[in-house]
Design a protein around this ligand. Structure first.
Ligand code: GCB
Length: 597
């Protein structure tokens, strides 16, 4: 599904703004035909999570259905085109009606979906779009979770969400909503892959079309608008002489124009893709970019901001990227779900290497113990065929959505699954087979520190091993001497048992901005500085460590819990995107690190 853009043959209309909204307390909205109009709506911004927009604790923690609606006119000049309605993401499940007709259902809170509504468009009347959104998690979807219901003495049903992850279960219409047009004979998909020999860049292009076109032309323009390569047909390799390679320090993007023509030369469809020429591979226990080893510096992030929750917000994103550049980060992981397409577009433009993660977070026993034994989930029937199919569908949709982005260098298939079970092998093999059938990028799986290197069944199947490590925090809290020893021992064991590079995908400590302690104690800014420095010294002892991502870029909201003070405070920045003290020493380190170490 191509991202909607304006071209010579296509138009789009952004529907973001203030929509009508209503909570469906007893789940009767559908039987009462709320898709024809909400009885007593309030105002709700789109895109945004709805949870923090009002002052109601009931709405923040509500479990069940809510409804959104908006009405609009279709532009006159769209009459002859096919019209599509596209949602960037709605968490977690959605049903969409247009003019009272159900047009699409979606069960994935982090990926786009759309419906063709050409037949429902009446030019002289307003279009009525209605969306039912549900935020319940089950073990047949990702992220997994469970709703436990209890009937109270007064007959009311109380629902409690048991989730596997710590980030707040923000929900709503989270990403931009578009109406867009597509001609009858159209470009349905474009797949781009790049490599280079010497100073010639090779852009391999595959174009999928619908309908009968007489010819397809492909041209590559440089930043100055000059055509630097051209070809034709639905499969072609375009060679760019004196190519400018894409990298974090030089995020050079070309524009690939694909055009479909009728026999008489009439233009039928036109689509444009940004192309960064670069290669990624894993060899000699390192990640290589454009033929040289690259050491990843950066963060695990979240789509999270005050008031907006997980709603897409360009202001926050550009600020985040500026802060990351400023402290020497060259990369980030989309922990723990696919981020908005607009974020990847920005990463292409500003130059960040992205580890693109699925929403498979927490395929583990309920309530992960910080230390000790994990209960099985793959061997006790917890992980079902439905969940596996959902995971396969997620990686397929993720790759189809993101594969043209030069910023994406790796797929992360899960975060903190129970990978010491033998039964995890066929499950993950199926996911990995799906990824490999669709794309050539390296695959990573991320382990929590309870996974023993000698017993991890999934690591042998992947190209890069992600490790989340919190020794001296969740184990031996506050003791960095022991924490350092344990980290060293853990990394040594990974080094001797596995041949792949290891990426430190998480390390960090909760830190209250403004809390100062000497000598350092947990939660103080001094402790965060010391913890990070201690870890960095250990990473530098291992040549198989291919990168370090601090957990987290910024403080973020979690469910209410005794171990969280107004959210997870492991950010290097506050939730308002202001620096904590540790930013300075991290910047000094990352700016002085040699790319390949
Ligand atoms: C982890 C999880 C991450 C949590 C983090 C923490 O291992 O992957 O989602 O937020 O620990 O701070 O506890």
């Amino acid at each position: 599904m191509l991202y909607p853009i304006d071209t010579l043959t296509r138009s789009k209309k952004n529907l973001d703004g203030v929509w009508n909204f209503q909570v469906d307390r007893d789940g009767s909205g559908r039987s009462q035909s709320w898709y024809n109009g909400l009885p007593s709506p309030i105002q709700m911004p789109v895109p945004s999570s709805y949870n923090d927009i009002t002052t109601s604790a009931e709405l923040r923690d509500f479990i069940g259905d809510v409804w959104y609606e908006c009405r609009l006119y279709i532009p006159r000049d769209w009459k002859k085109d096919n019209v599509f309605l596209r949602f960037g993401a709605v968490a977690h499940t959605a049903e969409v009606w247009v003019n009272g007709e159900l047009v699409v259902e979606n069960r994935n809170g982090f990926l786009p979906f759309e419906a063709e509504i050409t037949n429902l468009v009446r030019q002289e009347e307003k279009l009525h779009i209605s969306v039912r959104v549900n935020n319940e998690l089950t073990w047949e979807m990702l992220p997994p979770g469970e709703i436990v219901t209890k009937t109270l003495p007064d007959g009311r049903v109380e629902k409690t969400l048991h989730q596997q992850h710590d980030f707040f279960n923000y929900v709503g219409i989270h990403r931009p909503v578009y109406l867009y047009t597509k001609p009858d004979v159209s470009i349905e998909d474009v797949v781009v892959d790049t490599e280079f020999t010497g100073d010639v860049g090779h852009v391999h292009v595959g174009v999928e079309t619908k309908g009968e076109a007489a010819s397809i032309t492909l041209t590559v323009q440089n930043r100055d608008g000059e055509v630097v390569a051209a070809g034709s047909g639905d499969h072609a390799t375009l060679d760019i002489p004196s190519v400018q390679l894409w990298s974090p320090n030089h995020p050079y993007l070309y524009l690939l124009h694909c055009k479909l023509f009728y026999e008489n030369g009439e233009l039928l469809d036109h689509y444009v893709v940004s192309v960064g020429v670069r290669t990624v591979e894993v060899k000699d226990r390192q990640v290589w970019l454009n033929g040289s080893p690259v050491y990843l510096t950066g963060f695990g992030k979240h789509e999270d901001a005050d008031v907006r929750g997980k709603g897409y917000d360009a202001v926050t994103n550009v600020r985040d990227f500026n802060l990351m550049k400023e402290c020497g980060a060259n990369s980030f992981r989309t922990s723990h779900y696919p981020y908005a397409e607009e974020i990847l577009q920005l990463a292409d433009e500003m130059g960040f290497l992205v580890i693109d993660e699925t929403s498979a977070v927490g395929l583990l026993s309920q309530g992960v113990p910080a230390t000790g034994e994990l209960e099985p989930v793959f061997s006790n029937g917890r992980i079902t065929k439905e969940l596996k199919n959902y995971h396969v569908d997620t990686v397929r949709r993720l790759i189809e959505r993101d594969r043209n982005h030069p910023c994406v260098i790796m797929w992360s298939i899960s975060n903190e699954a129970s990978t010491m079970e033998e039964e995890a092998i066929p499950y993950f093999q199926r996911i990995i087979d799906e990824v490999r059938a669709l794309d050539t990028r390296p695959i990573m799986n991320v382990n929590l520190m309870l996974i023993e290197p000698e017993r991890c069944e999934v690591s042998p199947l992947v190209d890069v091993i992600g490790l989340n490590v919190y020794f001296g925090w969740y184990s031996t809290p506050g003791d960095l001497v022991k924490g350092k020893e344990d980290l060293h021992d853990y990394l040594s064991r990974w080094e001797s048992h596995h041949q792949q590079p290891v990426m430190i995908t998480e390390y960090g400590v909760d830190t209250i901005a403004g809390l100062h302690k000497s000598p350092p104690v947990m939660f103080s800014e001094e402790f965060q500085v010391e913890f990070l420095a201690t870890y960095h010294a250990v990473f530098d002892m291992f040549s198989n460590v291919g990168g370090e991502h601090i957990w987290n870029f910024a403080d973020f909201m979690t469910k209410q819990d005794t171990v969280r003070v107004d959210g997870n405070k492991k950010g290097l920045f506050t939730r308002n995107r202001q620096p904590k003290m540790a930013v300075h020493s991290v910047r000094e380190r990352w700016k002085s690190l040699k790319v390949g170490r």
